[in-house]
Design a protein around this ligand. Sequence first.
Ligand code: 5AD
Ligand code: FES
Length: 358
Amino acid sequence: MRDCLTGESMSEKIKSLIDRLGTEHRLSKEEWVTVFSEWDDEDRAYAAEKARALSLAQFGNKIFIRGIVEFSNICKNDCLYCGIRRSNTNAERYRLTEEEILSCCEEGYEYGFRTFVLQSGEDYGAYPPERMAGIVRSIKQAHPDCAVTLSLGELEYDALKLLKEAGADRYLLRHETADREHYGKLHPAEMSFDHRMQCLRWLKELGYQTGAGIMVGSPYQTNECLAEDMVFLAEFDPQMIGIGPFLPHKDTPFKDMRKGSYELTLFLLSLCRIMLPRVLLPATTALGTIRPDGREQGVLAGANVIMPNLSPTAVRKKYMLYDGKICTEDRSAECRDCIKARMKRIGYEVAVTRGDYV
Ligand code: 5AD
Ligand code: FES
């Protein structure tokens, strides 16, 4: 034991750091390193209980749902972890037309979705900002009571501005890691840590509800990296945080890397909820992939959002960021019913509302 502490008093130390996170909403990098080096399942249960109480106080037993439309798996990037990286010649590529995207939203609206997430690879050749702006306008016109979230990757300021003016409400852009060196191990040299961080600042400046986030257990991630992530998140104060376990994809350079820890993912969800009590925090598809009841357990650990797939079943298998992704055989109605039932079983209800950050 370090510092001559017994196991028991070490655990008291982690609990008192978790308590302080609840009152001061930040810890120092050194304190985070201690948390990530020393936590055990009892600390995780302690954090989960606190986090769950906070999310019940903030949102009641209501879970916000977002329908994801994965409209293109073509990507100019080559992130080493990602199944749709441009070097993966085994990926069967597809693009949806504006009509197809709108019809996914139409179907989603009937199922009670009031947020649509348009997600794709960085496919700016086929979907330049002007075209995307047109798609956003069409969705807003058809469904003025709905929020539109974009998840298109990195863009320049003017493009982000155009899309905001077209009516986009939110933008998801995981920072992936707040540690520059770690960023370099996950991405090819042509990708820039600074540009990604700059994009995140632009998004906030432009008035988007902005989502950052990481993969838990991505290759070469250390406790120091996670500590940097928490310090960054406290400072950046995003409205949304996307956190899921890293899962290897067979056609990437990381195919033989270990998957991330399920337990650590749940612990991080709880810590994020305690640090930023109002944050919109999804129990991600990757969490539901690593464990059959992962999304339920995510909700019980402090998550308040679930993002079921609204993509046409015919393309779902092609949007494979990692192996084993769930819901690729299902139709949107099945995912909707499945989520409703899963939430009901743990005492929660799906809300028919935009679910904005307040
Ligand atoms: N495992 C888990 N998550 C992944 N993502 C991409 N590839 C993987 C993978 N192999 C996540 C990234 C990205 C988001 C859209 O999906 O964090 O930002
Ligand atoms: Fe898609 Fe359960 S959410 S089948």
